[in-house]
Design a protein around this ligand. Structure first.
Ligand code: GLN
Length: 538
């Protein structure tokens, strides 16, 4: 195979411009032209990974098949490309320093002084090239977190400069920037972009392409001005107007010719037109839904939608598949009385109890489960949501009054959810949960098997606590079936209620695997059940 090509995506002017979406859209366009592409995110913070970060700090922690706890942008990469990522796709400053320091302790630097340049930058370059060296990808897109000019991003920018110096024409730099609109004078302003490009130039990086976020069309004049002052070709100034949905961005970028400019810079053939047929079919279903359902999302971070990013996106995929708009009602599980929770849920077509940690808002989650169970409302519990379903069943159907998870009550008389055996000796918090993809075998004739249309599945996990098999017989006899079990460990991964129209709790996170091209069967089935429930009550 020819040498791997590297595309670097940097951000200027402000954060939150959507570098991840631009990187994923560009990757999608290249993939649609037949190129094998992957995307990597370099995060400039010192944490080893976002696994220990509070969702308030950094949104959802996304988990890959190989059990890496990663930035939520990797979720976008997988959803757009329909291709799994791995630990190699997310590197943090913490991880870079950790490996350099480990090498130093082993004496691998042979008595040399260990420094940012060359040791840290060498490690960064090594991590960037790792994906290319697998031989699997013709193009590797590397998104540099943060904004140009940040002190902590400097070693990354310097590493990119060195790589370009080493690899020459096999590289392309895409700089994402903001063109603000001044309402008072009715003008789009290019100065902040000129400054951010100047900052890049000071570090020795010349952008090849400018992607300009803007609320208004960029005139020819503005494009010419940007090209001239930022030293790029005029056709390499690409406008990126605000889109209604992130899934429209690949099409917008195709219309702007972003992929063509990049391929030209890399010296790669266009290979015909991008084939976005399936993507556009999905988009039109998304834009013109025929029906609507309303589903309650019960969690404790509902004011922070990014904390449940993959769940929200999985509903978008499943909604389009059902040609239906899924309206989410965000319900805070904290400080709602039994009555208030019922009032919140009444009239909804489905209830999802979200994953989570700790006891804040947990009783509210139990109330939501009870209401959905008793009223026959379609219910999906994910991870902590599944654990809540088991606890609620044990308390209210089996009559085990103090049934609980030992996460919330370490002395529970009925620990129906308990710490997994191999977790008992662990004290370190980072990277020590049961993480990544595990097999699960579905019980014949179960709702789960009907939904997946197969008996063996593989799903991603992120938890320490688990269904306590000591209660399995009692729970099963009382009607809560263990319909998915890990074939190696016997851990119960799915529970369902036989006598309920649609009630499933899953210990894993189906949302991580849902993509535009492969919407997740559990979400598709859940939305279908919500539609059915809606038509049955109306
Ligand atoms: N806190 C629970 C556990 O660790 C659930 C985790 C989750 O919802 N991701 O088992």
């Amino acid at each position: 195979m020819a040498a791997t090509k590297y595309i670097f995506v940097t951000g200027g002017v402000t954060s939150s411009l959507g570098k991840g979406i631009i990187a994923a859209s560009l990757a999608k366009l290249l993939q649609a032209r037949g190129y094998s592409v992957t995307i990597q995110k370099l995060d400039p913070y010192i944490n080893i990974d976002p696994g220990t970060l509070n969702p308030y700090e950094h949104g959802e922690c996304y988990v890959t098949n190989d059990g890496a706890e990663t930035d939520l942008d990797l979720g976008h990469y997988e959803r757009f490309l329909n291709r799994p990522t791995s630990q190699a796709n997310n590197v943090t400053t913490g991880r870079i320093y950790q490996s350099v320091i480990e090498k130093e302790r082993k004496g691998e630097f042979l008595g040399k002084t260990v420094q940012v340049i060359p040791h840290i930058t060498d490690e960064i370059k090594h991590r960037i090239k790792l994906l290319g060296d697998t031989g699997e990808f013709e193009v590797v897109i590397t998104e540099i977190g943060g904004t140009v000019g940040d002190i902590e991003a400097l070693p990354y920018i310097e590493s990119v400069r060195q790589l370009i110096w080493e690899l020459g024409d096999d590289c392309c730099v895409v700089h994402l920037t903001l063109i603000p609109y001044l309402a008072t004078t009715g003008e789009l302003k290019t100065k902040p972009t000129q400054h951010s490009v100047k900052t890049l130039l000071e570090s020795g990086l010349q952008p090849d392409v400018l992607v300009c976020r803007s609320e208004h069309d960029l005139s020819d004049d503005i494009k010419r001005k940007l090209a001239q002052f930022c030293n790029v070709r005029k056709e390499a100034v690409v406008e990126s107007l605000d889109a209604k949905t992130i899934y429209a961005v690949p099409v917008l970028m195709q219309n702007e010719g972003l992929d063509q400019v990049v391929l030209k810079k890399l010296g790669l053939p266009l290979q015909g037109e991008s084939d976005l047929k399936n993507w556009k079919e999905f988009l039109s279903k998304l834009e013109y839904p025929k029906k609507e359902v309303e589903i309650g999302l019960i969690g404790k971070y509902v004011e922070l939608k990014d904390a449940y990013k993959s769940i929200v996106e999985a509903f978008i995929h499943a909604g389009a598949e059902n040609e239906c708009h899924v309206k989410l009602k965000w319900i805070h599980s904290e400080s709602l009385s039994e009555h208030e929770m019922s009032e919140q849920i009444k009239g909804l077509n489905g209830v999802l109890v979200a994953p989570g940690f700790g006891d804040r808002g947990f009783e509210g989650k139990l109330e939501a489960v009870r209401y959905a169970r008793e009223e026959g409302i379609p219910f999906l519990g994910i991870c902590l949501g599944m654990q809540a379903a088991v606890i609620e069943y044990a308390r209210n159907v089996l009559g085990l009054e103090n049934a609980h998870s030992t996460e919330m009550d370490s002395d529970s008389a009925h620990p129906v959810i308990d710490l997994m055996d191999d977790q008992k000796e662990i004290s370190n918090k980072g990277g020590t949960m049961r993480l990544g993809a595990y097999d699960c075998v579905l019980r014949e004739g179960s709702k789960a098997a009907e939904i997946y249309k197969r008996r063996e599945i593989n799903e991603r996990h992120r938890h320490r606590y688990e269904y306590n098999n000591a209660y399995k017989d009692q729970l099963t006899e009382a009607g809560l079936i263990a319909s998915g079990v890990n074939p190696d460990t016997g851990l119960v991964e799915i529970v369902e209620i036989e006598q309920h129209p649609w009630f499933l709790g899953v210990q894993f996170h189906p949302e991580y695997k849902s993509t535009v091209i492969n919407p997740h069967p559990l979400f598709v089935g859940f939305v279908k059940a919500a539609l059915l429930h809606k038509s049955s009550v109306n």
